[in-house]
Design a protein around this ligand. Structure first.
Ligand code: ZN
Length: 270
């Protein structure tokens, strides 16, 4: 029998904060959630589980960053509070830190930072996506595709058992239903396993890459720069380094900027 169990991530809304968004490049309102990890069997679990951390989601671009709620006087739930009102709730040292990040972003976009600072700045959206991926690695994590695959397997097994019981007296028919049911269930289980194995890659491509593109676009990175960043990520054994190809990312940034490039990554000659 196919038993689904493991730990799963739970999220509970805590309120709103102002935080620096590495994708938007400025301080933005974020919705704040407590992230917990709790055991489950067939996705049924109880309680909030242990705290993994606090996740902020940019209300503008939906980027997720880990944040420290203790850097704020309060994290109000009021949806109508303005950015300035939220910003005023940051403790002085954190407010200063956010101002520095904004200033650095302005300089980066004008090309007025050192090569090393530029490298660090280019790393940031990748590190952010890496953290978004982290809860999905090393445990069962069902996205829509693998979740549907799993449901399908359970449904087929129950349907086959039901049908076989109904035609109990006819041995041949019951046997045939059992065989067909088993074949379909195995195929479904394989599909689910493959979906689970590729879940992280799919998440990085669908959710991660568009965020990285949006973050790097204003910096107009060269292909060699992207290659250097991705080489660094790979050497640091990060998932994003393995799942993202510099050339493809470069092409996506060029496309977002409105510049067509050919497959070799060179600007298209017209
Ligand atoms: Zn944002």
């Amino acid at each position: 029998m196919f038993i689904v169990w493991g730990s799963r991530i739970t999220r509970r809304s805590v309120g709103r904060i102002a935080a620096f968004c590495p994708i938007c490049g400025e301080v933005k309102p974020f919705s704040l959630k407590r992230v917990g990890k709790v055991g489950h069997i067939y996705y049924i679990s109880f309680g909030q589980g242990e705290t993994v951390g606090y996740e902020g989601r940019c209300e503008t671009c939906r980027a997720q960053v880990w944040v420290d709620p203790y850097e704020y006087e309060d994290t109000p739930k009021d949806r109508s509070l303005s950015l300035d009102a939220l910003r005023s709730l940051a403790l002085p040292s954190h407010a200063e830190h956010m101002r520095q990040l904004e200033e650095r972003e302005r300089l980066a976009r004008r090309g007025e930072i050192s090569e090393e600072d530029r490298f660090d700045r280019m790393l940031e959206p990748f590190l952010m996506v890496e953290k978004m991926v982290a809860p999905r690695t090393g445990e069962t994590c069902f996205d829509k595709q693998s979740g549907l695959g799993c449901l399908f397997v359970v449904a087929v097994v129950f349907a086959a058992i039901g049908l076989a019981t109904m035609v109990e007296k006819n041995d041949d028919l019951a046997g045939m239903i059992a065989v067909i049911g088993a074949i379909v269930a195995v195929a479904g289980a394989l599909f689910t396993l493959v979906s689970l194995a590729t879940d992280v890659g799919r998440f990085v491509r669908k959710r991660g890459v568009p965020l990285i593109v949006a973050s790097l676009k204003p910096l107009a990175p060269r292909l060699e720069e992207l290659e250097r960043v991705i080489r660094y990520l790979k050497e640091s054994r990060m998932v994003v380094g393995k799942k993202i190809k510099a050339r493809k990312l470069y092409a996506a940034i060029q496309k977002a900027t409105g510049r067509a490039i050919d497959e070799d990554g060179a600007p298209e000659q017209r």
